[in-house]
Design a protein around this ligand. Structure first.
Ligand SMILES: Cc1cc2nc3c(=O)[nH]c(=O)nc-3n(C[C@H](O)[C@H](O)[C@H](O)COP(=O)(O)OP(=O)(O)OC[C@H]3O[C@@H](n4cnc5c(N)ncnc54)[C@H](O)[C@@H]3O)c2cc1C
Length: 377
């Protein structure tokens, strides 16, 4: 049976932190008729985090004092309240997102994977495993977790990617090599060090990630991870050896395991090395609709709309404007209302009061000069 094309004025693709958050902003800004297409289930990236992995940004219920919880995606909500935790696990954050979907009555089509998008005149035609959809405004919110960098060097496909780890409990070999010593690499090394069978973890990075101490946590290790890796009272830390300024250029399978090559060294391990070299953006699924800058980030106008394709918006961690990087929830949530307001303008909606409300709650960031990462201390 041929399914009828479903038409909506606005469609959001992805029901993670960004997709759910921008959906709530659309409702707040008077745009009620839209749907969210989600390949899996609400919050699925968080559900798929390693079981032991926790948020690095803290949650705290401070909204009544005008300080919105770092990890909230909507006004007057707090993951700290829904979970009772300060550093949530992925599964707990997914529960918060599901609560948001229910509370704000968002229309989400789960298990609906977008396979292709084409723009025909003023309309986006979206092919999915559940049939065709059409819309005038498309908001792309597909995140990065589902798209690990799997080809940073030769033989990388032999490695275990961070995104494929369900729990650290299954890692019971005596030694491991972790490539990439940023947030996820530190998460792996720290959690593996707690396994009694694991005797040594070699954490390798091309830069000295621990030494870099920028004001912007997008550019240096967060205090939470730094505290884990430098805690002298943690006896397990003896197991972790960090090698910095070493760039891996090849991994090779050998008779007794794996050899990991840099220009000057060869490291050997019996277990597949663990790859923590970052993520591509989900926007690469529709790369023909974006222009990309030299850093591989989509080029967007001041409303986070693709400069190449009118009415296509990007929300989430890959939004970047010059030096302002939006890769944490507390950052990219400040752009949801920018997108919602811009779409609302096409419908002639005056949202001045709502803009003020969002601005008052530090959820409406239109002046990016405030966020250049200069530190006076
Ligand atoms: C280990 C780890 C720890 C982190 N800790 C923090 C932290 O402490 N604080 C913080 O602010 N950030 C943290 N982050 C980053 C944060 O998780 C991401 O920035 C956030 O998940 C991005 O939200 P998103 O909605 O853009 O993407 P996601 O949450 O990944 O959601 C994207 C959704 O899009 C769906 N999708 C993808 N492609 C399609 C398609 N073709 N069709 C339909 N649906 C599709 C996916 O299934 C997914 O559900 C962490 C990340 C990791 C990996």
């Amino acid at each position: 049976m041929i399914k009828k094309t479903q038409t909506f004025p606005v469609i959001i693709v992805g029901a993670g932190a960004a997709g759910v958050g921008v959906g709530i902003a659309l409702k707040d800004f008077g745009i009620k008729h839209f749907t969210v297409l989600e390949a899996d289930v609400v919050g699925s990236s968080f559900i798929n985090w390693p079981h032991e992995t926790q948020f690095i940004t803290p949650s705290f219920p401070s909204t009544s004092f005008g300080l919105i919880d770092y990890n909230a995606i909507a006004l007057n909500t707090s993951p700290a309240l829904t979970s009772g935790k300060q550093h949530l696990r992925g599964i707990e954050y997914a529960a918060y997102l599901n609560k948001m979907v229910q509370e704000f009555d968002l229309n989400v089509n789960e298990n609906c994977k977008v396979l292709a998008v084409e723009k025909r005149k003023h309309i986006f035609v979206i092919e999915t495993n559940q049939g065709s959809f059409q819309c005038q405004y498309l908001i792309w919110a597909t995140g990065e977790y589902k798209f690990p960098q799997i080809k940073p060097f030769k033989g990388a496909e032999l490695c275990t990617t961070f995104s494929s780890i369900k729990t650290y409990k299954n890692f019971t070999n005596d030694n491991y090599i972790v490539i990439g010593a940023y947030e996820s690499g530190i998460d792996v090394a720290y959690n593996l060090s707690k396994n009694k069978e694991v005797e040594g973890i070699l954490l390798i990075d091309k830069t000295d990630t621990i030494k870099i101490n920028e004001q912007d946590p997008s550019l240096s290790i967060s205090p939470y991870s730094r505290q884990k890796i430098l805690d002298v009272n943690n006896l397990n830390l003896d197991k972790i050896v960090i090698y910095v300024d070493i760039e891996i250029d090849k991994v090779v399978k050998t008779a007794d395991g794996y050899s990991v090559f840099s220009k000057t060294d060869i490291f050997k391990t019996t277990h597949p090395p663990i790859l923590c070299t970052g993520f591509l953006g989900g926007e690469h699924q529709i790369s023909n609709l974006f222009d990309f800058n030299e850093n591989g980030k989509p080029v967007l106008n001041q409303f986070d709309e693709s400069v190449k394709t009118k009415n296509l918006y990007l929300v989430g961690p890959h939004v970047q404007h010059q030096n302002v990087i939006f890769c944490f929830i507390y950052k990219f949530r400040q752009r949801f209302a920018i997108v919602a307001n811009n779409i609302g303008k096409y419908y002639g909606l005056d949202n001045s009061d709502m803009i003020n409300k969002y601005r008052k709650n530090v959820m409406y960031l239109d002046d990016l000069t405030c966020c250049e990462h200069n530190c006076l201390c």
